[in-house]
Design a protein around this ligand. Structure first.
Ligand SMILES: [Zn+2]
Length: 312
C-alpha cells in the first residue's frame, strides 16, 4: 500500500492507494494560505499518522501545487501558501511518518496518474493538460516524466499563443493559461458582455450571480447561445494552437486533457480534435488522439502513488 498526498491551493488530500490504483481510503482538509507551511504540514502529518495506524505503507508519494526541484527534492516556491520555499517536503513528511517519501509537481503527477491508471494506459509518450484555475502540463517520454535541463519542463500552459495577449500569472503575455484557463474564459466572456455582445442567457446569469464562469459559458454554448458558442470556438482555437505545437514537438501516443474546464466534454474535445488535426504537420495527423482524463480529480493522487512505487 502507498500513502498518496495531493497538496493543492484550496485543499489537501491523503489516500491509501493499492498497487492497482484503487483508492481504499481518502481524507481531506482545507489549505489555509495564511497559516503557512508548518501548520499545514502538522495537519497533514496528523492525518497521515492516523492512516499509518490503519495501513502498512511501503512509501509515500506527494503531489505539490507549485514548482518543485525534483532532483534536490525541494519546493522552489508556492503562490498558494507562505513558508514553503526551499522546503524539503518529502523528507519532512517522510521523517515524521517514518516511511520513505518522494514528491513532484502536481501536473507531472497528474500525467503519470493518467499514464499508469487512466486515459494514457498503454502509452509510451503522453502529453497532459489540466485546465482549471490555471493550465498545468506534463510530458511523458518513453514512460518517464520529461523534466528538461532545469527540471521545469512540461509547462504547456505557458506556451505563448497570442502576441500582446493578456498578462499571465507567470509575468509573460498571451500564454495559453491567460486565454483558456477557467478564469480566463470567464474574463473573455465578461469583456464581450461589457462591449455589448448579444447573449440573453449569459446576461441572465450575470444579473443573478454578478459574474459568469467558464462553466456558464460551456452551458450557454450547449444551449445554442451565440456568445457562448463564439467563446467556446475561440477557446478551442487557442487550445488547438498549443496542443498542435505539443504534438509537433513530441509526437505523443495520446494527449490527455483533465481539470474542471475539460468537464465541458464533447463540446470542447470534438472541435479540438478537428482543429488540432488541421494544424499539425501532415506527418503527425494520424497521431491526434485527444482524450479526456478518466481519473478526474484523483489523477494527481494516483500519479503520486505511481511515483512512490517507482521509487521503491
Ligand atoms: Zn504564462
Amino acid at each position: 500500500m502507498i500513502l498518496a498526498i495531493d497538496i493543492g491551493g484550496t485543499q489537501y488530500r491523503l489516500a491509501a492507494v493499492d498497487a492497482r490504483g484503487v483508492i481504499k481510503r481518502l481524507v481531506r482538509g482545507k489549505t489555509d494560505a495564511g497559516a503557512g507551511a508548518s501548520w499545514m504540514i502538522e495537519q497533514i502529518v496528523g492525518k497521515g499518522s492516523r492512516l499509518c495506524r490503519e495501513w502498512t505503507f511501503e512509501a509515500c508519494g506527494i503531489g505539490f501545487g507549485g514548482p518543485v526541484d525534483f532532483d534536490e527534492q525541494r519546493v522552489i516556491s508556492s503562490t498558494h501558501v507562505l513558508g514553503w520555499d526551499d522546503l524539503p517536503l518529502g523528507e519532512v513528511i517522510g521523517d515524521a511518518l517514518g516511511i520513505p517519501a518522494v514528491f513532484d509537481n502536481d501536473a507531472n503527477l497528474g500525467a503519470l496518474g493518467e499514464l499508469t491508471f487512466g486515459a494514457g494506459r498503454g502509452c509510451r509518450h503522453l502529453v497532459y493538460y489540466t485546465i482549471s484555475t490555471g493550465i498545468g502540463g506534463g510530458v511523458i517520454l518513453d514512460g518517464e516524466i520529461y523534466r528538461g535541463a532545469n527540471g521545469q519542463a512540461g509547462e504547456l500552459g505557458h506556451v505563448p499563443i497570442l502576441i500582446d495577449g493578456p498578462v499571465c500569472a507567470c509575468g509573460n503575455r498571451g500564454c495559453l493559461e491567460a486565454l483558456c484557463s477557467g478564469p480566463s474564459i470567464a474574463r473573455r466572456a465578461m469583456e464581450a458582455l461589457r462591449s455589448g455582445a448579444r447573449s440573453p442567457r449569459l446576461r441572465e446569469t450575470l444579473r443573478e450571480e454578478d459574474e459568469v464562469s467558464a462553466k456558464d459559458v460551456a452551458e450557454a454554448a450547449e444551449m445554442g447561445d451565440s456568445l457562448g458558442r463564439a467563446l467556446m470556438r475561440e477557446t478551442v482555437d487557442y487550445l488547438s494552437l498549443g496542443v498542435a505545437a505539443a504534438v509537433n514537438a513530441f509526437a505523443p501516443d495520446r494527449v490527455v486533457v483533465g481539470g474542471g474546464v475539460a468537464r465541458a466534454g464533447r463540446i470542447l474535445l470534438d472541435p479540438l480534435r478537428t482543429a488540432v488535426a488541421s494544424r499539425v504537420m501532415p506527418v503527425h495527423r494520424d497521431l491526434v488522439h485527444i482524450s479526456r482524463a478518466t481519473r478526474g480529480d484523483r489523477s494527481v493522487l494516483l500519479g503520486a502513488s505511481a511515483l512512490a512505487r517507482r521509487s521503491l
